[in-house]
Structure formats: structure tokens, C-alpha cells
Write a new protein. Sequence first.
Length: 164
Amino acid sequence: MSRLKLIQFAAPLNNDDFSYIESRFNITFPSTLRDHYLRGNGGVPDVFKMYYVPEDSSPSEADEITFNGFYPIKYKTREKQETLEEEYIEFGEHQRLFDPKKYLPFGFDVSGFPFLMDLDDQKIHLLNRDVVDDNNNEAIEFVANSLSDFINGMISEDEYEDKI
């Protein structure tokens, strides 16, 4: 069971909002992510930050992957907030940090680095802007096998620190 509790949601979405994104970007929005966003648009944890700890791992074995929220779609809760669409365009199309036909940014870590969902297999990755790969590109690192694994692996910063 997830310990992730989200607050500060943007205005609710409907299926037409997803149809608009799909036609605008020529992608198919993953059903697991769509269902998540239909329950709550965006949102941030009710604590300062969360850590992702894979199932059957301890915090001391984890990679210190933090989570600070989901990008809202279409609507914002504050003026300077980025939407999923804006981050898709900025990171994928303008900066070309990932293939926009392969990945969809949906959330961010404590440094503002985007979490990406692979549009084919729906695995979760982090665009780690502090690490470069062999081709001198910012690294796209595997995080979790699914959105539910990712969410269910969240623990609070206090719980994380108590266990390391």
C-alpha cells in the first residue's frame, strides 16, 4: 500500500483533455497514467519529499531517488508551475533530452529532474541531469517497472532516514 499522499491538485481532467494531448503530440497516453490523472490532476506529496525504495529493498540499498510531485495537465495551481505539456515540449522537443515519441514526463524529483514513462512498456525512468552517458547525453535511468510499483515504493523522508 502506498504511503504517498498527494495535495494541491489542479482542476480535474476529462477524456477530452487526453484526446487533445494525444492528437497534439501524436502519442497514445498510457492507460495507467490516464487513470491516475483522472483521480487527481498533478499534486505534490503532503511532506517535503518522498523517496522511492523498490519492493524487497531497504533504504540503505536504494539509489536515493526522490519524488516531489506530478506535473499537472492543462491547469496550474500556481503561476510559475510547469504543466506536463510544457515539460514535454521543453525537455523533449526543444532541448531534445529524450525522444518525445518514446517518453512522457509526468513528475519531478527534488532537483526538478523529470520522471519519464516509457510509452511502449510503461516503465518509469528518471532524466538524471547530473549524469551523462557514453554519448555525453544526460542519462535516462531506469527506476521502476510500472507506475504502481513506483507509487507503492514511496516512503517519507523521515521514514527513509530512520531506516538507513
